[in-house]
Design a protein around this ligand. Sequence first.
Ligand code: CTP
Ligand code: MG
Length: 730
Amino acid sequence: MSDECKTTGFTPQQVARWPNVHKHLCGTLELPTLDSVSEEVILNIGEGIEAMLKSEGPTPKQLKARAGLFRHLKRTLEHRFKNAELQQFGSSQSGLTLQAGDLDLCLQFKGDIPAKALRQVNRILKQHDMEDIVMLPRAKVPIIKFKDERTKIPVDISINNTLALHNTELLKRYSACDERIRSVILAVKHWANRRDVSDAASGTFSSYAWTLLAVQALQQTTPPVAPVLQEGQERSMVEVEGTTYDLTMREVDSITMDPKNNQSLGELFVEFIFKYAASWPFKDQVVSVRTGSPVTRKSKKWKHATPKAEKAVLMEKKTRLGQHSLPIEDPFDLKHDLSRVLRPAGALDIQEEFIRACLAMGDGGRWDAIVEAKNPERFVPVAEFDLFEDLRKKSKEEVATLLSENATAIEALDERMNALTEERKHNVRMSRALRGTIEDTTELRNELRTIVRTLRPRSKEMDKLQTTRDEINKRIGLPLYRIEELLTDVYKQLTGEIDLFQVPSLRREEDQFSWFFELQAMHAEATKAQEAHKAFIALLKEQKDAVRSLKANEKEQQKHKAELLESEPMLKDMDLNFSDAMQFDKKAHKLLKVIDQRRTELRRLRREKGRLDAWVRISSNPSRSSNRHGNKGGGKRGGGQKRTKSGSADWKPRNNGPRPEDVQQRAASGGTLSLTDLDVLLNSGGLSTVTKKQPSPKASRRQERKKKVNARNLTPHRGERSQSRKGRKD
Ligand code: CTP
Ligand code: MG
């Protein structure tokens, strides 16, 4: 007997996964009304959101790590692509970020995008030890996803994602309109993430789509909390990548919401859930932040194509969801439906979560229950990372041994890298030389081929002529001139005056006539033989000329080869052909891969050296050491206190943030200062220090160099310092 539901066709597992959607499809689902949600629930949800905003917002340390990672990637990629700028967008720019958010970056090219740009980025990221790199070159906007090995921050880099920069600005403006807009968006993103329905890659909505759903709900409250930022008389039409878009966006300052909505955060979140759970606008509408209220599917010509989610999940696993399943219009790219990424199961998951939250709210459910993690293992806090954990138990001598082993390994690897680089250069050089000479001699070789091609047919023709001539000559036995002499004689005899005393007999006259005709036939044949002979002689001359040209051509090629051998003696036994050049290319390519691996190894070793050096420095300074590991960092000497991330000796990359001297100098010279600069300035003695006498440029340069050297010796460091100088050269 089949276990499948008679009405929906769902298997028991599917019913267990989507119990409420199943009830809804069977017509047995009863949703609570908005009015039935108690005040207490609303209050609790509001408080829950406030608490979540505090606990889930990015910590200063995380923000700093993101900023550091961005700087590092910017420096690296802009160094590689001179006509590009790496820009941030997404939540880190719109202010709508939580700890779970990723870092969205965009490589904007001024002018042409270089061929295989994404692959080049991939290679650079690999060299810089990024993890889990995934390329999506065929996505609407080419994108590469990865994680930073050290901080584990997830990053997306897209190429020329101009519209995203604009829609980020739009979201930033929305969140600046009213604090509650930002809070509700973050609450929605948090809820969707905890309930596993916020991952475009696995077939649910992207964070961006959830943000738009939240904004639309806030535009729809009575009175609206969120304005419609894209309305206005004056339109701003902008061409992006060959298409014109309406990028009109009102200034936040110009907006007054009258009458003002006074609903609480809790009320707004509850309304958001009820709006989508109960009325399910996607049935015949399209969510549209641009207009402030959903527009009809008909007006957009976005018919819900089959199969719909509840049918598609019954089909083969790979069955794709019909287009425009839960349509959300992109605010600027009006043809882009954000539900494009949904998979059948994902679409049902989303509906299930709306209904689940709605039922929970009607049932007095608390915030914690509503946002309870569906897969708690995804949210297990990552153990605090102690950069020096293994070293804390080691004696000074042991650390010194590690350092010396590390130095030996670096030296050995450096040498190996040198050898590999040389070998690769040699292969590249050989290939280039070979290809160069091949190109130089192309014409000669073509000419040679043409000459050679004529030799054989000509020779055949000559043989034929020779045979014709010889056969005729053999048959006739008399040369042409002799036949002509005889013909003349016989003709004279037959036509000359007759000597009356010697009148030839009739028989003799008959013989002479027949001899005459025979000679005539022989003459025709002998003429043919002579023509064949003449043609043979002409061809013989041509053949001799061709052989002469052949020799000259070969000589010329030999000259080129001699020149090549002079520059590359190792090509002695090579023929001038492309397959040899390709062998060198292949070898060079293989070597490049090995070099890349070795370079990564070398970078690791160098980083390890930095870490060991830093530990030696920290552990040899008892005050720093006890301060960092005793009071804050915990660890062995930490008096039993919890070890925080600063168990990593509160270690900070030196390179983070501007240096006080630089800021002071800039302030003194009247340059512009950012908030961070001001912070640094105040922490380093305030503005009074600015007026102090500046050291001479020469002295300050010397000081600068000294500091750089010191800085190099102290701490592990991201970026330039960890790169092999030799590696960087090529
Ligand atoms: N974006 C887009 N079109 C999409 C998805 C994303 O234009 N289909 C752009 C938007 O500019 C969005 C940015 O990519 O702001 C980042 O998307 P996403 O990471 O999904 O949203 P965030 O707001 O950054 O959310 P999170 O904090 O979770 O990373
Ligand atoms: Mg993001």
